[in-house]
Design a binder for this molecule. Structure first.
Ligand SMILES: [Zn+2]
Length: 129
């Protein structure tokens, strides 16, 4: 299965100077204030993956924060995303978390990434005028 992941320029810069230990979730929390206020823009600058897990059916999906920021808006809060489980269709059991990918993740984690937008033509009935 193809796997594609490209670090953003901010992250490449950071990798060149910092140890992996500095790239923890705690360091992100320290620089960005309270974690639950984290926006998708901030999360994408850090290089986060957003992990959405359904505690009902145990389905788990990994997204890139940068993809979500582009689709849902950069100011949206990471922990209030408008998701529901694609398997059981429930939203009450979702647990959203973020983390920075480490060296063990590359080549293993399957990301859910945008693959295009499908347009749907809608029809309505109308009287001839
Ligand atoms: Zn589910």
């Amino acid at each position: 299965m193809a796997f594609e992941y490209e670090l953003n320029p901010f992250w490449k810069f950071l990798f060149s100077f910092c140890s992996v230990a500095m790239l923890s979730r705690e360091s992100a929390r320290g620089t960005m204030g309270r974690t639950n206020e984290l926006t998708l823009n901030q999360s994408s600058l850090i290089g986060h993956m957003v992990i959405v897990k359904c505690n009902l059916c145990h389905r788990q999906v990994h997204y890139l924060a940068a993809d979500l920021a582009e689709l849902l808006g950069p100011q949206r809060r990471v922990f209030s995303l408008p998701f529901r489980c694609e398997k059981c269709r429930k939203s009450d059991y979702l647990l959203i978390s973020v983390r920075i990918p480490d060296s063990r993740d590359f080549g293993k984690i399957i990301l859910r990434r945008p693959a295009g937008i499908k347009k749907v033509l809608l029809w309505k009935e109308e009287r001839l005028r």
